[in-house]
Ligand binder design. Sequence first.
Ligand SMILES: Cc1cc2nc3c(=O)[nH]c(=O)nc-3n(C[C@H](O)[C@H](O)[C@H](O)COP(=O)(O)OP(=O)(O)OC[C@H]3O[C@@H](n4cnc5c(N)ncnc54)[C@H](O)[C@@H]3O)c2cc1C
Length: 428
Amino acid sequence: MHRRHFIQQLSAGFLLGTSGSQGLAANLGKTLGLPRVIVVGAGFGGLTAAKYLRLLSQHKIEVLLIDPSPTFISSPMSNLIFSNQFELHQLIFSRQAMVNKHGIRYIQDTVSRIDPEKQNILLSSGEKLNYDRLVISPGISYLFDDYAGIRDKKNGEGIVHAMQAGPQTIQLKKSLQAMKDGGVFAITIPVAPYRCPPSPYERACQVGLYFKKYQPKSKVLILDANPDVTSKSLLFKKVWANHFPKMIEYRNNHTLMDVDLQDGRLLFEVQDDITADVLNIIPPMRAGDIAHTSGLTNINRRWCGIDFQTYESTVISKIHVLGDATQGADLMPKSAQIAYGQGKACAQAITELLLNQSLKLQPQYNNLCYSFMTESTAAHIKTDHLYNSNLKTMSVIQGSQELSNSPSVEDFKQGVKWAKDIWKDILT
Ligand SMILES: Cc1cc2nc3c(=O)[nH]c(=O)nc-3n(C[C@H](O)[C@H](O)[C@H](O)COP(=O)(O)OP(=O)(O)OC[C@H]3O[C@@H](n4cnc5c(N)ncnc54)[C@H](O)[C@@H]3O)c2cc1C
């Protein structure tokens, strides 16, 4: 192959497919003289940032995308697995087409250390890679140590939270199926903020649908550490009362202090212990481990503070943080839709910063969240967020708030469409 043709193909990305972490990646940017951005985490935030960095820079920025998982699994829609309306395989996607199309090098590995002074990262394979800018969208990790009863277990072994779709979703579904009719399925919810505020309440509905069909004497008990349902409160309560009377019970202000997995016993700060047949414990959370161990979790030692214009960390320069790992702004939940909006805004900012354009950004994106409540209805909530240069944060645009009056068939259709659209955009 002639040298010029070879370089053209490199720029267009033809030779940059997925592979292990060896070889070409380390020196590629330098060879071509392109600035390099490394994106850590190929979930909603990372996939979006990687794709739009290539598009917005017109391929003038080299992008390496790193994630240990061979495939992308969508947590949105995963609660519908409990009611048999979805199966896990429908939520598993390859990232190959997207990375090939946009000339992104995908490295299937875990980042074990970040050295901000030397501007490099260390992979678990032992390889070091330099960056000009680093983007991390590592999602969440769980504060299992809050529960004394499982402190000796590694990674909260035995706790089933299913807050990342995958094996735990299936495990929880199997426990549900194995439960005797008349049993109790208990969901505990931590004090907000946590990933996807409405998802535990949506899960209660989906488990309720399963019970209605197969185990009509069983019960879902929601034990919430918050003073009230944290999202779409009136809508959920109405659905529970009308569609799941005596089946779904909600109790607020239940702060879980400890758990006895052997006996299926939950111990609360104030109330009496509760025993249930299936425990779905959603522990308190913080930013993904790599953010925490790298010193980026400067807000309550849990979340990463960011500059909402550039998504750069407020503690370590040249590292940008996205998605659930960040401390959100007003009415900004930890959601896929927000991670997606931040991924685009961050890609725009880095493109301007690296290609020496003047930074004239006023990011704008929205949160749009559908919750599936019955076999055919859902409800949505929406807010538009705009960068406020005076307050240096994202503010909700006045009048942009929407909340469904009641669950509807139309929202169900739109909710499925929302998922298909976002999957399509981040994966092609
Ligand atoms: C049941 C459920 C339902 C939900 N429904 C909705 C919904 O309807 N709408 C909505 O908007 N949101 C929903 N969400 C929330 C949504 O899934 C998250 O907000 C979203 O995934 C956050 O994106 P992220 O990029 O921050 O993290 P993630 O998507 O979790 O991606 C993080 C990635 O980082 C990788 N990673 C972590 N550490 C490292 C490391 N050291 N090195 C390399 N890679 C690493 C992980 O492997 C992972 O792939 C739901 C969540 C749940 C659990």
